[in-house]
Design a protein around this ligand. Structure first.
Ligand SMILES: [Zn+2]
Length: 295
């Protein structure tokens, strides 16, 4: 009797382990439908520059993402295929070089749920100061990433992010960079890097460029990176990730050491997908002091 029970339990555990794998294999058996491929081409700016192997890999990752993650519309929004495929495509861009083409990569394994609002959403925040005074604020947010398996996005801003006019901003890349960052156990600007040597080099380069961005933000000087990255090291990593994928030539020119660290981490060079912009016109300096040059 005991043997039968142990056998039944073992079979149950085996089925629970095999069942999701079987369902995933079945979901990946068919290619991504043509209508969904067209959405990737339309809303993921980098897709147009990819070679055929990269496109196929991204399509497969999108299929897995759509199979594994649940999308929920908020504030009355009906989540459409356009929204799901656009979000999945941009999110999987961060993993494109990081996974071998095994067909079964881990895609944000701790993420379950993507909440989508039609536009910027208001979140009540409570802050308590040392004297116990509670201040309620309502902040407009474009996106939010939680360590408990949730990402929240404004569709209005996601839609704009896949296109040229977004000028380096991409809320999906930003929030999913936070997801990668949190995989190391702390959301602190250092994702899982593997070796202590890699952490040392990462810390040296990012600490210096973060300090430089804080300086730029303080003095109102605009470089490649958005000043929001000066908020804290986690935001710096997320903002720099947006630039790495959206403005790779500019980032590589202005922050070569940072670009090199990101090349090693993301294992892909986004410059291959974009035509290099013309070099900026440098005005010859007039006589006297040239202000605003601090480096
Ligand atoms: Zn952020």
């Amino acid at each position: 009797m005991e043997g039968i029970l142990v056998g039944a339990l073992g079979l149950g555990l085996l089925t629970a382990w095999l069942w999701p794998k079987w369902r995933l294999r079945r979901a990946l058996a068919q290619p991504l439908p043509a209508a969904q491929v067209a959405i990737l081409a339309r809303n993921v700016a980098q897709y147009g520059g990819m070679d055929e192997a990269q496109r196929r890999r991204l399509q497969r990752m999108v299929q897995q993402f759509l199979h594994e993650k649940k999308f929920v519309g908020c504030a009355g929004l009906d989540v459409t295929d356009e929204m799901r495929v656009t979000i999945a495509g941009q999110a999987c861009l961060l993993l494109l070089g990081r996974v071998a083409d095994t067909g079964k990569p881990d895609i944000y394994p701790t993420l379950d749920l993507i909440l989508v609002y039609p536009g910027a959403f208001l979140v009540p925040r409570k802050q308590v100061d040392v004297s116990g005074v509670v201040t309620e604020e309502r902040q407009d947010l474009l996106g939010e990433s939680w360590g408990d398996g949730r990402v929240i996005l404004s569709w209005d801003h996601v839609r704009r992010a896949g296109h040229v006019e977004s000028a380096g901003h991409n809320v999906v890349l930003h929030e999913f960079a936070h997801q990668l960052d949190s995989e190391s156990g702390n959301t602190n600007g250092a994702p899982y890097l593997g070796s202590s040597e890699r952490y040392r080099s990462w810390s040296e380069v990012l600490t210096r460029d973060y300090a430089n961005l804080r300086h730029e933000a303080m003095w109102g000087m605009q470089g490649v990176l958005d000043h929001y990255g000066a908020t804290n090291p986690a935001e710096f990593f997320a903002v720099a990730t947006e630039s790495f994928f959206e403005q790779p030539h500019q980032l590589a020119a202005r922050h070569p050491a940072l670009y090199d660290e990101f090349l090693k981490y993301y294992r892909i060079d986004p410059r291959q997908w974009q035509v290099a912009p013309p070099p900026p016109v440098v005005e010859p300096p007039s006589y006297g002091v040239v202000y605003g040059q601090w480096r």
